[in-house]
Design a protein around this ligand. Structure first.
Ligand SMILES: NC(=O)c1ccc[n+]([C@@H]2O[C@H](COP(=O)([O-])OP(=O)(O)OC[C@H]3O[C@@H](n4cnc5c(N)ncnc54)[C@H](O)[C@@H]3O)[C@@H](O)[C@H]2O)c1
Length: 323
């Protein structure tokens, strides 16, 4: 019923932080992409942002022809939903993480022809939670991208109780065609795989900062230069094989006893949020970005990630290269 090989047109609903990267990824891989948003300003801003991101990708040798990529993207208001989804064979929603908004979008998608696949970029809801009221939940697959979605290779692919295994297989095949690294989540669990791992890391970060063990700057430097450096080419299981499972077992038994078991984020972090110190988007978070434009800050991050992506692809030749 789902033929991944015939999918050439994708509609992405939500053209915000994540939607931008998802649209760019599909367009770079040669798909025709329709970007849909409720906000006309965001549609306009989004296409301009994508144009500058594509110029950067060309400078870094990741793509050859930014204009051709941009030419495959068209933008639609949410009110023109019928036009935006007409003939699309895959629709990916990436609207805000608010259950009512997700359900409203799924109600609209429910009426599409039954062979249209639907992906959801939710970070914290299970597929079953979002699709319980749909008549056609069998074609909905969770697609958890990572920010920035055009540069981070992995996409977690998860499912709900009602998802058809054929829909999961088809979506995985499309992700591969888009140059992504799809990771199958075999059970429906909150946080999927990666947010559980990063959540465990965040809990220890809170503990170390709250107890004055390290400064934020030193912590970043230490992670980038230690397991962060290694993780890009050796996963935790491969690394454990090099460490030696016997050594790892002994160290884990000693270290686990002293680890944080907090079930809430640090109050210090909450106070920063109350003060409006939200990170890059407010000009201050753990670092102070005063005097720099947002465009400049993002370009610096993306340039580093683009160089890392080139190394990742040369170490993993089977993953996508759309240049
Ligand atoms: N930001 C991240 O790092 C990240 C990472 C992985 C997954 N996610 C998930 O991606 C989804 C989107 O997050 P985001 O950070 O891109 O949010 P965002 O607020 O940056 O973008 C959401 C966009 O959706 C638009 N929108 C709202 N309602 C709409 C509707 N009914 N139809 C069409 N457009 C609508 C908004 O105007 C906005 O442009 C969420 O589910 C989030 O949990 C986010």
């Amino acid at each position: 019923m789902y033929d991944a090989s015939r999918i050439t047109t994708v509609t992405v609903i939500g053209f915000g932080t994540m939607g931008l990267g998802i649209v760019q990824n599909f367009a770079e891989a040669g798909f025709a992409v329709r970007a849909v948003d409720r906000s006309p300003e965001q549609l306009q801003r989004g296409k301009a942002q994508m144009a500058s991101s594509l110029r950067l990708a060309q400078e870094e040798g990741l793509i050859a022809d930014p204009e051709a990529v941009l030419g495959r993207v068209s933008v639609y208001f949410f009110d023109d939903f019928a036009d935006a989804t007409e003939g699309a064979q895959l629709v990916v929603e990436t609207v805000p993480e608010v259950l009512e908004i997700k359900k409203e979008v799924f109600a609209a998608l429910d009426g599409l022809p039954r062979d249209v696949l639907i992906g959801s970029n939710t970070s914290s809801f299970t597929v079953s939670q979002m699709t319980g009221e749909m008549a056609t939940p069998e074609r909905v697959v969770g697609l958890h991208y990572f920010n920035p979605a055009h540069l981070i290779p992995a996409v977690e692919v998860h499912h709900g109780e009602a998802t058809d295994p054929a829909a999961i297989d088809a979506v995985i095949a499309v992700m591969e065609r888009a140059g992504k690294v799809p990771v199958r989540v075999r059970k429906e669990v909150p946080g999927f795989i990666i947010n559980r791992l990063t959540g465990a890391l965040e809990r220890e970060v809170d503990f170390l900062l709250d107890n004055g063990v390290v400064t934020p700057e030193d912590l970043d430097a230490a992670v980038r230069a230690s397991f962060g450096f290694r993780l890009a080419c050796l996963g935790p299981m491969e690394a454990e094989d090099f460490i030696g499972l016997d050594t790892s077992w002994r160290v884990s038994n000693n270290v686990f006893k002293g680890l944080s078991n907090a079930d809430k984020a640090s109050p210090d972090l909450g106070e920063k949020v109350e003060r409006g110190e939200l990170g890059v988007k407010s000009g201050k978070g753990w670092y102070d970005y005063a005097g720099r434009t947002t465009e400049d800050i993002y370009a610096e991050r993306d340039r580093k990630l683009m160089r890392q992506l080139a190394v990742y692809r040369s170490n993993n030749p089977s993953t996508g290269d759309n240049s």
